[in-house]
Design a protein around this ligand. Sequence first.
Ligand code: UDP
Ligand code: UDP
Length: 460
Amino acid sequence: MSTSESEVHVALLSSAGMGHLTPFLRLAALLAHNNVRVTLIVTRPTVSLAESHLLARFRSSLPQVKILDFHLLPLDPSTVNSSDPFWLRFEAIRRSSHLLSPLILSLQPPLSAFVLDIMLISPVIPITRALSLPSFVLFTSSVKMLSFFSHLPTSSFLADDDDVCIPGISPIPRSSIPPPLLVPDSLFAKIFFQDSSHLKKLDGVLINSFKELEPETIDAINGEETLRKLLPPVFDIGPFMPCEFEKVDNENSADCPLKWLDEQPEDSVVYVSFGSRTAMKRDQIREIGDGLMRSGCRFVWVVKDKPVDREEEEELEEVVGHELMVKLKKKGLVVKTWVDQREILGHRSVGGFVSHCGWNSVVEAAWYGVRIMAWPLNGDQRINADVVEKSGLGVWEKKWGWGQVVNGEEIGERIREMMNNESLKKSAQKLRDAAREAVGDGGTSHVAFQRLTGEWKKKK
Ligand code: UDP
Ligand code: UDP
């Protein structure tokens, strides 16, 4: 790439966790492939090993992207009301944000735009404003979640018991509000309430979604006066394409799902994973194992026992139990390691996905046309599950509440229903075609991306 002064140069700053880092790296790759010069500002240290490994692979696969380390100030955890290691890191980044100015000023050619994480709005905006640098957020959840977030300053849900009603959008039931928001002094609630009123100060929001996945909400944010007043321009530029650098080098290991998947019939396997940071309770793990056996389906199941991979100590068999493990091995593959979800969802034998509805997982399922059985467990996941259900990508058993242990019998029945649901299979495949059209030449996301980079060029 040329280093001419007229080149568009964008810096990206993610916060902690794979659910944030992965979409940032996919965006970096998309921009780099479209002749945008990219600098990735990487906060050090990372929370999980998965983040470090992904960054190392990214670095060697896209050497044209400059990586700038951002060393965080240590955070005294006793000053913060949270024990979640990822939220603590969000707070550490926020408290270190004044160190960003010299990093930004050191970059050549000067930046055309700065893309930051949703968790960093209020501390970073004053910095980019002081440098007259256009700033954009990459929102790592659904457009529906964005509309909820933007609506917070005008919402009274903490004071009353009503559902959240946002013009043009089907109401968000009280039971879908992210639970930490109902604990007013939680760190999560503090960040949310502090940041939501600053959204309008941004030059734009980029989002890994597309028109056919969230038609109602995307129409509302563009058409409804109330939402337009709360939000800057929104660029729906998804799905972000899963990338080669995400490939995990485990081909020679017994845990390698690909080898096993190659031997299974088409559309016969259900993939079960609750993302990168959700530890399942021991009794729920056993019920899931029981449910998988009862479903009669083949499966790949990723067991997670601790929120942070560095702390995973116990062997799989200790966590699942010897007897159950013996039965499970006859029918499927159970692992307790990081897998390449992209390769699993893209495999012809995988037809269904039991998912917590972390937004990246939802969009990946849409990209590969894999139907979802939604099982939201925390945060934005019920709001995302609603998108899954309404779009025809999946089904959602709403009566399973936050954190309630669901028994194996019910789990098995729901999985069997999802795998046998032919109309769901067709609608998920239709969404895959729509996803590919959206990013293809002239598609809605492609046009939004052109509009965005065009604006960056003009602002130079
Ligand atoms: N993921 C993966 N392998 C795993 C677990 C997760 O590749 O073993 C990826 C998954 O494909 C997704 C991201 O990690 O891109 C998790 O993000 P998501 O928003 O789905 O959920 P979160 O982990 O933030 O709860
Ligand atoms: N979020 C938001 N506003 C905020 C903070 C978070 O809309 O001020 C969204 C964001 O998309 C995030 C989601 O809420 O991904 C859930 O956050 P959480 O920390 O629970 O999970 P993570 O995304 O880290 O897996």
